[in-house]
Design a protein. Structure first.
Length: 216
């Protein structure tokens, strides 16, 4: 079993990041967070990292000439901190092609719906849940997927369903989905730590765990 050395990118309050830190502390996830970077100076994720003794950096996109230059600085920082796996925890920027190719099949993202439905440009946060309700869906959920050059695309690792209730608002549905997000993110990363994810073209296959793993 290999320990994941995580570099985390976050733009918001950091609730998924906090859940991952808790999973590591509780030894449900074989990983360390080497550094967290945010493109928002007031992101809650920065405070969470600092409270847990994790290096936390704010990088302003305005200080760089292009997305490519910005992502190059992120990559240099990840090399400095010996990062081997990238986690997007509510990161609201599209990554550059070169960055994605540098970390091919080593960037994971969480999305608050059952992809490929309700994904793509503009589909983030409360907007996703508004769209789910507007379409009259009876089921929503959460998706963990590897990142490629297209928004909310790439091989799906895990999904979990959440019922849509008749009296749901976007906020109540979001809260129900978030509970599952906090559970499933650590589960997906642990599959990588255990070497149980095999990428076959545009799909991911989960390999069965060993007897020893199952008995731990």
């Amino acid at each position: 079993m290999a320990q994941l050395k995580l570099g985390v990118l976050a733009s918001g309050r950091g609730s998924n990041f906090a859940a991952l830190v808790a999973a590591i502390q509780q030894r449900r996830l074989t990983a360390t967070v080497r550094v967290l970077i945010s493109n928002k100076e007031d992101a809650g994720a920065l405070a969470i990292a600092q409270q847990n003794g994790i290096p936390a950096l704010f990088l302003s996109p305005k200080a760089f000439a292009s997305t490519e230059h910005y992502d190059d600085e992120i990559a240099r920082t990840f090399i400095k901190y010996n990062v081997n796996f990238v986690v997007l925890a509510g990161y609201l920027r599209l990554l550059s092609v070169d960055f994605i190719r540098t970390y091919t099949n080593r960037i994971i993202n969480i999305h608050p719906a059952l992809l490929p439905a309700f994904g793509g440009k503009g589909m983030y946060g409360i907007h996703v849940h508004e769209a789910v309700l507007a379409h009259g869906c009876k089921v929503s959920g959460v998706t963990l997927h590897l990142v490629d050059e297209i928004f909310d695309h790439g091989p799906i690792i895990l999904q979990r369903c959440v019922p849509v209730l008749a009296d749901d608002t976007p906020e109540t549905l979001a809260a129900r989905v978030l509970v599952q997000e906090h559970q499933i993110y650590a589960e997906a990363l642990q599959l990588f730590a255990e070497g149980r994810v095999k990428i076959e073209g545009c799909r991911a296959r989960i390999l069965p765990g060993s007897c020893n793993e199952a008995c731990q």
